[in-house]
Design a binder for this molecule. Structure first.
Ligand code: HEC
Ligand code: HEC
Ligand code: HEC
Ligand code: HEC
Ligand code: HEC
Ligand code: HEC
Ligand code: HEC
Ligand code: HEC
Ligand code: HEC
Ligand code: HEC
Ligand code: HEC
Ligand code: HEC
Length: 274
């Protein structure tokens, strides 16, 4: 009669037999087989963190382990850890020049397996200017932004671009985004107003709706012009009519009138001459 315990014994014996024969089979083959190097996935079993760093943040370093590591573990005894690890310069030489501060690669690229994502902005800070001299030179000019460090605005990670509204809570609510703010305020030197001819009339309208409306409704030649064509270079600059028109009329006739506007009205809507 078959009871529980005999069944169990039989099963155990069967399993034992099966595994022995597997071992025997494997034993026959194993020394005939070539030794395959660990695949990247096999390395990852023990070095999971390295694997996930590469996978998620590796960027151009997302390569198989052995592309970079040929000497590791203790296979070559007597080597120091440094000698067992690949060196950045071995593959990249000195991409940022030979300035002392630029040679300590891991000081900035703090994780070899996430070389860009791991850029340490605190360690970068003293060296921003060596790669971005434009912003640094502008920021050296006196302005209310001049006392700020680069990282106060470019926080979190290298390359982060802040919005103006992060700090300014829409001072003139008509402008929606940083790009529109910067049409007038160059961010690294807010003491000057960037008055290129390229600023369209719309942003000026936010604060000068009267002038804008007149210019829009006017039907003479001034209505074709940009505000900044006349109010050039600097905010608040007011040109005289003569700057552009010299002496358009007989000086004797002009002498009888105080100003051009007596006949032409506002420069923004130019009453037709009578
Ligand atoms: C693009 C080249 C590159 C690739 C690909 C790469 N490594 Fe590395 N790895 C390096 C460099 C360079 C160092 C040395 C960093 C240092 O000096 O601290 C390093 C260091 C290490 C270290 C020791 C330091 C640490 O971070 O723990 C281990 C372990 C390691 N790598 C494992 C791996 C494994 C596993 C893989 C594949 C999943 C891999 N690496 C892929 C370049 C690479
Ligand atoms: C069975 C687990 C295991 C596997 C698989 C494994 N490693 Fe390691 N590895 C270790 C241990 C343990 C260390 C020593 C870690 C320490 O010192 O903190 C180490 C250290 C390292 C180091 C640091 C340098 C050194 O020589 O100590 C590198 C680089 C490295 N392994 C790369 C690899 C690569 C590449 C693979 C795959 C080809 C791999 N490992 C597979 C366990 C493993
Ligand atoms: C075995 C060669 C090798 C080693 C060692 C190596 N790299 Fe690279 N690295 C590459 C290759 C290949 C690329 C992709 C092509 C390129 O940009 O040159 C790359 C790209 C990069 C990039 C650009 C990454 C991106 O996503 O755009 C950085 C940054 C970088 N490496 C930094 C380092 C640093 C720092 C070290 C040392 C910790 C290092 N590399 C070690 C081979 C290597
Ligand atoms: C002062 C900080 C700093 C140091 C030190 C530094 N890097 Fe960089 N590296 C950067 C920054 C910032 C970038 C730009 C990353 C980006 O494109 O977003 C960069 C980009 C790179 C790139 C990709 C672009 C390129 O110029 O080819 C490579 C490769 C690189 N570094 C390798 C190295 C190596 C190798 C060393 C050491 C010899 C090193 N870096 C030292 C900050 C540094
Ligand atoms: C080793 C050179 C290097 C250093 C040091 C460096 N950068 Fe960069 N930075 C770069 C490179 C290269 C880029 C990518 C340029 C690109 O994409 O036009 C970049 C991109 C940027 C960007 C994004 C630009 C854009 O138009 O999207 C900002 C912002 C920036 N860096 C700020 C900083 C600040 C702040 C520091 C100091 C804390 C700094 N960088 C240090 C090389 C450097
Ligand atoms: C008051 C905040 C602030 C400070 C301080 C600041 N930036 Fe910027 N930076 C910005 C803003 C805002 C932008 C533009 C964002 C956009 O285009 O949307 C910018 C753009 C940049 C850019 C990309 C465009 C360009 O002009 O090249 C770089 C590079 C940069 N900054 C580097 C720096 C460096 C280096 C410093 C320190 C010397 C610095 N910034 C200080 C706010 C700041
Ligand atoms: C990280 C915070 C921060 C960011 C981002 C920032 N600012 Fe400022 N800004 C300040 C501080 C602080 C002051 C000085 C105190 C004040 O006036 O509020 C200032 C002052 C100013 C002033 C006054 C200038 C003067 O001479 O009185 C202007 C204009 C200005 N910012 C424009 C901008 C613009 C435009 C941007 C985006 C392109 C920007 N800011 C982004 C912090 C910031
Ligand atoms: C069309 C040009 C123009 C645009 C666009 C513009 N501003 Fe201004 N901004 C000015 C002028 C002109 C003043 C000075 C007004 C005054 O003298 O009272 C000023 C003043 C400021 C001041 C200092 C006075 C205050 O109100 O606190 C800050 C800060 C400022 N702007 C930030 C911004 C920000 C942020 C944006 C985008 C949301 C922006 N500006 C868009 C022209 C502009
Ligand atoms: C944020 C609001 C704001 C914006 C935007 C703005 N202005 Fe002004 N503007 C003012 C203020 C406030 C004054 C008066 C300041 C003073 O008297 O110094 C002024 C003065 C002027 C004056 C001088 C008027 C006089 O009687 O002296 C001119 C011209 C002028 N702005 C043109 C422009 C133009 C052109 C633009 C667009 C490129 C513009 N403004 C954008 C707020 C603004
Ligand atoms: C054809 C040249 C020209 C154009 C275009 C122009 N202006 Fe003027 N603007 C002037 C002149 C000239 C004055 C001085 C008028 C005076 O002294 O009576 C003036 C005066 C002003 C004043 C101060 C007096 C007032 O009328 O409020 C402001 C503000 C102003 N302009 C804003 C603007 C804005 C905003 C635009 C664009 C929508 C603009 N202007 C387009 C020539 C121009
Ligand atoms: C920044 C230059 C500039 C200033 C300042 C300026 N104008 Fe003009 N004006 C022009 C241009 C450009 C035209 C169109 C081409 C032309 O007729 O020369 C024009 C045309 C005119 C016309 C002819 C309009 C038509 O459609 O027939 C009159 C009238 C005139 N301007 C009057 C004035 C008066 C009055 C002032 C001062 C309040 C003034 N302008 C200031 C540039 C200017
Ligand atoms: C007594 C009135 C009066 C005064 C003052 C006056 N203008 Fe005129 N202006 C006219 C008349 C009328 C015309 C002719 C309109 C026409 O031909 O259609 C004219 C035409 C113009 C034209 C267009 C000329 C052309 O060739 O098309 C310009 C530019 C002009 N004036 C500028 C000025 C300037 C600048 C002043 C001040 C220095 C001024 N005017 C003062 C009445 C006046």
């Amino acid at each position: 009669m078959i009871n529980r315990s005999t069944l169990k014994t039989a099963l155990t014996a069967a399993i034992l037999l099966m595994s022995l024969s597997t071992v025997a089979l494997a034993n026959e083959d194993v020394f005939d087989q070539p030794i395959e190097p660990f695949s990247t996935l096999e390395c990852a079993r023990c070095h999971e963190q390295v694997f996930t760093d590469l996978r998620d943040f590796g960027g151009a370093h997302k390569m198989v382990c052995r592309d970079c590591h040929d000497t590791f573990h203790n296979f070559k005894r007597g080597l120091t850890l440094d000698e067992r690890l690949p060196s950045c310069e071995g593959c990249h030489e000195q991409p940022h020049g030979d300035d002392e501060a630029m040679l300590d690669c891991l000081n900035c690229h703090s994780n070899a397996h996430a070389p860009v994502a791991s850029l340490n902005i605190d360690h970068l800070e003293p060296l921003c200017a060596s790669c971005h001299n434009g912003p640094a030179e502008q920021l050296a000019q006196p302005s209310s932004h001049a006392d700020m460090s680069c990282n106060e605005c470019h926080h979190e990670q290298h390359g982060y671009l802040p919005t103006c509204i992060e700090c300014h809570d829409e001072p003139h609510s008509i402008f929606e985004n940083s790009a529109s703010c910067m049409q007038c305020h160059p961010v690294h030197n807010v003491s000057i107003m960037l008055y290129s001819d390229e600023i369209p009339n719309q942003p000026c309208a936010g604060c000068h709706s009267e002038a804008f409306d007149k210019l829009e409704k006017g039907h003479l030649a001034h209505s074709e012009l940009n505000c900044t064509f006349c109010h050039a270079n600097e905010h608040g600059n007011v040109p005289s009519c003569e700057e552009c028109h010299n002496t358009p009329h007989n000086p004797e006739m002009l002498a009888e009138f105080d100003q051009c506007s007596d006949c032409h009205g506002s420069p923004h809507d130019l009453l037709p001459g009578e």
